[in-house]
Ligand binder design. Sequence first.
Ligand code: DHB
Ligand code: FE
Length: 283
Amino acid sequence: MARITASVYTSHVPAIGAALDSGKSGEPYWQKVFAGYDFSKQWMKDNKPDVIFLVYNDHATAFSLEMIPTFAIGTAAEFQPADEGWGPRPVPKVIGHPELAAHIAQSVIQQDFDLTIVNKMDVDHGLTVPLSLMCGQPQAWPCPVIPFAVNVVQYPVPSGRRCLNLGKAIRKAIESYDQPLNVHIWGTGGMSHQLQGPRAGLINREFDNVFLDRMIADPEGQAAVPHIDYVREAGSEGIELVMWLIARGAMADLAGGPTPKVVHRFYHVPASNTAVGHLILEN
Ligand code: DHB
Ligand code: FE
């Protein structure tokens, strides 16, 4: 059977992708950000998954105000890096896993979560920047990736409770797949940031660090936090953090298993307009 062996959490700041793609990652400003991922890149090599289930949000790239799926699973064989206005990032195309994705769609929909099935879509910085942070600049990504897009851009957005419960359903789905695959689940986005209006530039270190603590030790408590608290405390784009609860919900402890092992934790301000947060938890 397939097994979820680890979850990875990281911010997805688009300027990180631009820094890498334009050869600026050695600059002192960016060095401080990338230093937090040196451990992670080695860890990815030592713990190479067969598939990554990657929870992220689309930023009006594949979807627009014309169509707003709350939860969308990518079932295609491949996904192209999107053109977000400066041309597509010069990164490898993303190879999907249609069979496992179809199995997850079947199982999760039968567990009463309505997923939108997407057979064709481009993937933006929400998905490609986490891959770059964790894998560097390879010729091809190390394994297939199942994109799972969550609407955190246009209200109403899903609650933390629903995200955590969806993670539990995704765990059941993956662990009922009849192939011995080593699967990682990634939650991306955040941390505190607000990109527009009078509060643009907002960063809340205390909120972010309490959030990291609770992601490790009290995900059920964090799931009870309403979306308005994220917006008030962590800025309008801080709501991206609810996506981390999907990955956290898929960890073994929430299904009666052992507490996950914290293998890496990193927090840094600033990167562009956000705080960068990162965790790796092993089952
Ligand atoms: C920035 C951060 C994001 O998460 C995003 O999607 C776009 C921009 C920023 O820091 O500029
Ligand atoms: Fe974002």
